[in-house]
Design a protein around this ligand. Structure first.
Ligand code: SAM
Length: 284
């Protein structure tokens, strides 16, 4: 590919598509990212360069290609028990929510922007550990719903198979041995851990009400890619679905402060939010 072809017009056009479709902002200094991540797409489509891709995307019937380009430009970095602290907080919160809910009512947990599934499976492992301490949790139905905009990462999340490198990041060795089975150089999450988890495609820019209400939401390391109005819209939508005594976990570099008034930080906690006293409710 001729690297000198990324004109400002093409850059603005391609990144505009990404912003409209996913909310993700790509900075002017990230032209290299377009070139490297889109190179396989250019090759497959026999396109000479990014200008040719832009021309193809301006033509009718280019919706699928635009979506594919958008997904290729998402950043999918994740790891088990990422940042540790939110999972320790969850370990204390889940028993409280279990006690507060009537029997028969499921606990529902949303891993929004779940990428390859490490976050959802970390939650499922904590749940299994808690159920070993309090067997009454075994009778509680728990649903862990992982969603992402990118089809390729959802496929990997559903497969539940991870490389040695991936399981080494953040996972205690005893947890690995107990909750995964080894398949050559890879590790598969055990079926009883995967059982409460399901993975669906969902764009955070859309209306999440079809996903139902949630006791806990993890929405981490995705808002950093959005501008402030988009962060506000996404957090506002999440607040509509969150239980009054539930919690929203954001990433270490993310905050709801100054972005929405629907959520307030839990006292003494970083990155853990609950509903403000009188949240604004969407009409059904
Ligand atoms: C850096 S990963 C974060 C994964 C996980 N939450 C964590 O903290 O480890 C960000 C994920 O957000 C997804 N994403 C980006 N824009 C999105 C959108 N508009 N709707 C849903 N997912 C989106 C990407 O596909 C990517 O998998």
């Amino acid at each position: 590919m001729n690297k000198s072809v990324l004109s400002p017009t093409t850059f603005t056009f391609l990144t505009g598509i990404v912003k409209t479709r996913s909310g993700g902002i790509i900075g002017a200094d990230q032209g290299y990212m377009l070139e490297t991540r889109l190179a396989p797409l250019l090759k497959r489509e026999a396109l000479r360069d990014l200008d040719a891709l832009a021309a193809r995307l301006r033509a009718p019937l280019s919706d699928g290609l635009a979506q594919e380009m958008t997904e290729l430009l998402t950043t999918n970095e994740s790891s088990f028990f990422r940042d540790t602290r939110p999972f320790e907080h969850l370990r204390t919160l889940l028993p409280q929510l279990h006690k507060a809910r009537p029997p028969g009512q499921p606990l529902r947990i949303w891993s929004a922007a779940c990428s390859t599934g490490q976050e959802a499976y970390s939650i499922a492992i904590i749940l299994a550990e808690l159920a070993e301490l309090d067997p009454s949790l075994k009778s509680r139905r728990v649903e862990i719903i992982g969603t992402d905009i990118t089809a390729a990462v959802l496929e990997r999340a559903r497969a539940g198979v991870f490389t040695q490198f991936e399981v080494q990041r953040g996972m205690p060795i005893r947890t690995l041995m107990k909750r995964f089975t080894q398949e050559d150089t890879r590790w598969r999450i055990r079926p009883e851990i995967a059982a409460p988890c399901r993975f669906e495609k969902f764009n955070l820019l859309g209306d999440p009400r079809s996903l139902g209400r949630f006791d806990v939401v993890f929405c981490r390391n995705v808002l950093i890619y959005f501008d402030v109005p988009t962060k506000g819209r996404v957090l506002g939508s999440i607040a509509q679905l969150l239980a009054q005594d539930g919690a929203l976990y954001l990433g270490a570099a993310e905050t709801a402060m100054g972005v929405t008034t629907a959520l307030v930080a839990k006292p003494g906690e970083r990155g853990v939010y609950g509903l403000a006293a009188e949240p604004v409710r969407l009409r059904a």
